[in-house]
Design a protein around this ligand. Structure first.
Ligand SMILES: Nc1ncnc2c1ncn2[C@@H]1O[C@H](COP(=O)(O)OP(=O)(O)OP(=O)(O)O)[C@@H](O)[C@H]1O
Ligand SMILES: Nc1nc2c(c(=O)[nH]1)N=C(CO)CN2
Length: 184
């Protein structure tokens, strides 16, 4: 797609998909503020933002299953930043929201992951692309599908098929519950 600055992704820009999550504090406000901050970042143009979805916290096996439920959302952007600069920008937004990094998959005020950056593939631990766990996460795939129904996760296939292959127990619910939107 190359529809220029108002439509799709201009040639100097890279299309990227970001996933946001929060399970501490005012979850909806943190995600909404973070999306506004992403849209305000130099070199980033927000092209779509999903509704919020709510789901049980996915934790490593054997850890506390009492964790607060998450709200998640997905945005698509067109950016002139390179992947490192984009990671730096989203880490700064997380830090502004009081995010600390102490525990893997720990509770957090705000998490922002880079799901895709163009068709870049990277094994770098600092920025693995596409995000290595996106294909197994209904809380990423369902809101992504809402904003990009034909999207493909590079190397894994169409996201509608990936979502349909997940166990029904992984389904996410639109939040707030009365907004009349279902994900599966
Ligand atoms: N695609 C990516 N998006 C965001 N961070 C990434 C990515 N790939 C690697 N990282 C690195 O992962 C590190 C840990 O990130 P984080 O604490 O958000 O992990 P997590 O949210 O607990 O787990 P998960 O990555 O499964 O969502 C970060 O310091 C970051 O450099
Ligand atoms: N439901 C849900 N569970 C999670 C999430 C998340 O965003 N939503 N993020 C995690 C680590 O990034 C770990 N577990």
């Amino acid at each position: 797609m190359n529809a220029g600055p108002r439509g799709g992704v201009a040639s100097a820009e890279t299309h990227s998909v970001l996933a946001l999550g929060s399970n501490l504090g005012n979850r909806a406000e943190q995600i909404a503020t973070a999306i506004a901050e992403i849209a305000d970042t130099d070199g980033i143009r927000l092209t779509a933002a999903s509704k919020l979805v709510e789901s049980t916290a996915v934790k490593p096996a054997g850890t506390d299953d009492q964790a607060p439920r998450y709200l998640n959302a997905v945005v698509s952007i067109a950016t002139t930043l390179d992947a490192d600069a984009l990671l730096h920008a989203i880490n700064a937004i997380e830090a502004d929201h009081g995010r600390t990094r102490d525990e893997r998959w720990g509770d957090r005020t705000l998490d922002i992951d880079v799901i895709t950056f163009g068709d870049v593939s990277s094994d770098d631990a600092r920025l693995t692309l596409p995000h290595p766990r996106a294909a197994e996460r209904a809380f990423v795939l369902a809101p992504w599908l809402e904003i990009e129904p034909d999207a493909v996760l590079p190397g894994r296939g169409r996201i509608d098929a990936l979502l349909a292959a997940l166990p029904p127990a992984d389904a996410v619910a639109v939040w707030p519950a009365d907004s009349g939107w279902t994900t599966r």
